[in-house]
Design a protein around this ligand. Structure first.
Ligand code: SF4
Length: 288
């Protein structure tokens, strides 16, 4: 844990999570987009990163964003770090588009594990958020699959002799393991093969957030409003700290949140750039 201790008249100590902020997969995707758009018009399919500030900076550089391939007006499109199904890639190729692929290697790993499980005869179950772009990419090529995120959804599954389970890379591993155990208990006759596809940066950030929350009186979680892993970090912090605020940037911080004294922890999702985390800390200093 890297500790920054700032003494104010009010004796507020600021701690940062040992691991937090942008992961290598998102950094690489942003770098690729910046590089490609220098030489040709580029459209990114979906949100490259769940952070409004970063998206605005990319738009300023000329990067366009579209959800549907049909709406793309440039010849070159980019797949985000969240990945895409082969079906989506083929659709884009058939439409005459040139693909730039920023899929994170750890998302590629999850795709490979699903394919292996299906080839070995397991019915695929993905523990993840319904409709999330990564989960859509993992399931779109499959003849059949189930996406679950609760015990109730597991209870509602049809019985199968063999279940092959993977997880969306940004799910908290504690939740994933608990749901796998529930699946085993719900279908005791079935063979359940679980491959842990939660990525290492997510695990590190979750563990660090837990440690931070146990030491803090108040936590600020910095990240985009629609960032799944930021919401998950906030959820983890709330298990150990009574006052947790999800902020998108320094302007969201309200002075009445800040304690007169004590410890304030800062953590951030994998889409959050360093300059935004620094700006949040600076704002806390000003308000304190
Ligand atoms: S959160 Fe994990 S899987 Fe997703 S881009 Fe970052 S490192 Fe890759």
């Amino acid at each position: 844990m890297t500790t920054y201790t700032l003494q104010y008249k009010v004796k507020l100590t600021i701690l940062r999570g040992e691991y937090m902020g942008m992961c290598f997969g998102v950094r690489d995707a942003i770098s690729l987009a910046k590089e490609v758009v220098k030489s040709r018009p580029l459209t990114v399919l979906g949100e490259l990163v769940h952070n409004a500030n970063v998206l605005e900076e990319l738009r300023d550089r000329g990067v366009r964003f579209e959800d549907q391939p049909d709406a793309v007006e440039t010849e070159t499109v980019m797949i985000t770090a969240h990945g895409a199904s082969n079906r989506a890639r083929t659709r884009a190729h058939r439409g005459g588009l040139t693909l730039k692929d920023a899929t994170c290697p750890l998302v590629h790993y999850a795709h490979k594990q699903v394919r292996n499980l299906v080839a070995a005869g397991y019915h695929p179950v993905i523990i993840g958020r319904h409709g999330h772009v990564e989960v859509r990419g993992l399931t779109e090529d499959l003849l059949e699959s189930n996406v679950v995120l609760s015990k109730e959804e597991i209870d509602a599954l049809d019985s199968r002799p063999r279940f092959g389970v993977v997880a969306q890379t940004t799910q908290p591993v504690v939740r994933v393991r608990s749901l796998v155990e529930h699946l085993r208990a719900r279908f005791p006759e079935a063979e359940v093969c679980f491959v842990d596809t939660v990525c290492q940066p997510t695990k590190q950030r979750q563990d660090a957030a837990e440690t931070l929350a146990k030491q803090s009186d108040i936590i600020l979680v910095v990240g985009g409003a629609n960032s799944n892993n930021t919401h998950e970090l906030a959820r983890t912090c709330r298990r150990f700290c009574g006052r947790v605020y999800h902020v998108q940037g320094p302007d969201d911080i309200r002075s009445e949140w800040l304690p007169k004294a004590g410890t304030l922890g800062i953590t951030a999702g994998t889409s959050t750039p360093d300059h935004l985390i620094n700006a949040v800390e600076t704002r806390v200093r000003e308000l304190a």
